[in-house]
Design a protein around this ligand. Sequence first.
Ligand code: GDP
Ligand code: MN
Length: 306
Amino acid sequence: ASPPPVSRYNLNNVTITSDPIGGRENVLILTPMARFYQEYWDNLMKLSYPHELITLGFILPKNKEGNSATTALQEQIAKTQKSGPEKDRFKSIIILRQDFEPPLQSQDESERHKMQNQRDRRAAMSKARNSLLFTTLGPATSWVLWLDADIVETPPTLIQDLAAHDKPIVAPNCYQRYYNADKKKMDERPYDFNNWQDSPKAQEIAAQMGPDDILLEGYAEMATYRALMAYMTPEGGDGDVHQEVPLDGVGGTALLVKADVHRDGAMFPPFPFYHLIETEGFAKMAKRLGWHPTGLPNYKVYHYNE
Ligand code: GDP
Ligand code: MN
């Protein structure tokens, strides 16, 4: 009898370069998904990075909303992977169902964003992200693209464009399209306030906090005076798309991470880590490991408008 097969991977041969298509580098797109939006899926399908190099990973909560999102997702997957054109098919797709209940169910945007709800929610989100990451990251993965399920519009070249910066962690600027009643036309506004540069004031607040307290961004009752990437775009929006800014905190709406950053141990702390949790805690942890996040203020992606 022959011995059982052994798969060997030399991590030195898994390249992570600014030309990921040229190097045929594998990308893992990870999406925590509470609701299914067709616009998210349609945008994903339009990504021009070779689909045969992309693995998709999803994690959905175990509740009524999560069940219907799973059904809708599986329908689209079946269409793409079984009957769709070969070039549209992804390398592989993994769907996980959470083994814990989300803390608060069916929250609308205003309820979700209430400060006292944020801590529990974001701790649960951290656990969901970590489960997804640790069960899907493979020995051949070069890049991890975190992409929220309500990101409905990105450039089709998103992955190549972000990778071209050759940074360990790259965050585009997440905006939202809306109808501006004053201007009587469609307009856009900043959405993700978790991409920021630290401030002396935030440091000062943190220094006075108890060990288990956390800092949250975007709340009037806790003015941090951090420099938010959301506000770093010039009026009219014609800034240089290649402009880079260093960041201390990042959001997870869209985020490209070199797989080595996660392999080194940077994850999403569900506990206060230097008074930060989830994606902002991840940025802090990555920085402590020597991987510095970069933001692209003029490179925009768009969040669904509820
Ligand atoms: P917000 O945009 O910052 O208000 O946050 P969201 O509520 O949009 O959540 C961020 C991402 O996580 C989205 O892709 C959601 O669909 C997803 N999500 C939200 N709650 C849960 C949850 O309890 N479990 C899982 N697996 N995903 C969730
Ligand atoms: Mn969202």
